[in-house]
Design a protein around this ligand. Structure first.
Ligand SMILES: NC(=O)c1ccc[n+]([C@@H]2O[C@H](COP(=O)([O-])OP(=O)(O)OC[C@H]3O[C@@H](n4cnc5c(N)ncnc54)[C@H](OP(=O)(O)O)[C@@H]3O)[C@@H](O)[C@H]2O)c1
Length: 278
């Protein structure tokens, strides 16, 4: 699988395997094993998905050496602060059954349900992540769902800048300004819900393009993200889909990319990360 370099030289594989809504059962273990055996080397996890143990068993069962894999996880919203972050990180390592992570992200910038002074709280967590990074326990650190001002708040005091921002990305949900800003700062974008969590399949306008390239709508959307320099994180627990989602031997023309950019009917969650309730 093709890789690109993060700010610190660490290489990130260009497609990730998503695990949100994958159940905490054998289904997920099997799906992860199939994914790795099919050629995925990048697995996107999170403590809140409550399936890191099952994902970890799938990773182990694949028998692929740890250093050939790129494993991401995320700090959930109820946890902030230096010691609390180290503790949550160690739980994730333990659940996944690995001794380091390739990437660790703050999942959401401003969980108002749990914390008042979110800027200070994020900075304390970031300091813990920097120390874990310096200890070699995390190869790269980053953020998720961060708007420009949230990134600036970290940049103001950090020693090590964020290397990744993971945001929603699919037709009708482009977040162009934040992507442009991240590009200026050399922050790589990983794109979650590249299939709009399944909603792209109801978006009639996309089938014209998938028919033209003789691919399915999932393949079209995954390729669309890649051609926008976004690393798509695509989830499936269905063997054939897992395999098909990385068969991307076609190129969307510049003209068609521009046409797909204009589609506004594919939905999107459009959560305001300054005002989330979870
Ligand atoms: N940072 C964040 O806040 C955040 C938020 C959301 C997601 N994420 C990450 O991004 C990953 C992907 O996003 P997502 O889970 O929202 O959804 P997604 O990848 O956009 O879509 C997944 C859905 O599409 C179906 N699917 C996959 N391939 C298909 C195909 N070829 N044909 C038809 N249906 C297909 C899956 O069904 P089956 O599984 O039943 O096959 C599932 O229902 C997550 O799993 C997670 O790792 C991060």
């Amino acid at each position: 699988m093709k890789k690109i370099k993060l700010l610190n030289g660490v290489e990130i594989p260009c497609i990730g395997f998503g695990t949100w809504k994958a159940p905490n059962s054998d289904i997920t273990t099997k799906a992860v094993e199939i994914a790795i055996k099919s050629g995925y080397t990048h697995i996107d996890c999170a403590a809140i998905y409550k399936n890191e143990k099952e994902v970890g068993i799938g990773i182990k069962n694949s028998n692929v050496p740890r250093e050939k894999l790129f494993i991401t996880s995320k700090l959930w919203n109820d946890v902030r602060g230096y010691n609390e972050t180290i503790e949550a990180f160690n739980k994730t390592l333990n659940d996944l059954g690995v001794d380091y992570l390739d990437l660790y992200l703050i999942h959401w910038p401003r969980p108002i349900k749990y914390h008042d002074n979110y800027i200070q709280k994020n900075r304390e967590s970031w300091k813990a992540m920097e120390d874990l990074y310096k200890d070699g326990k995390i190869k790269a650190i980053g953020v998720s769902n961060f708007k420009i001002h949230h990134i600036e708040e970290i940049l103001e005091t950090c020693e090590i800048p964020p290397m990744v921002n993971q945001i929603e990305f699919h037709p009708s949900c482009l977040y162009s300004r934040v992507r442009e800003y991240c590009k200026e700062k050399n922050i790589i974008i990983t794109g979650y819900s590249p299939l709009a969590n399944g909603k792209v399949f109801d978006c009639k306008e996309l089938s014209k393009f998938s028919d033209k390239y003789n691919v399915n709508v999932a393949q079209l959307c995954i390729k669309y993200a890649l051609q926008h320099n976004v690393i798509p994180l695509v989830k499936s627990v269905t063997e054939q889909r897992i395999k098909d989602n990385i068969k991307l031997d076609f190129i969307i023309s510049d003209e068609d990319m521009k046409e797909i950019d204009k589609i506004i009917t594919c939905g999107g969650s459009y959560k305001d990360s300054d005002n989330i309730s979870f």
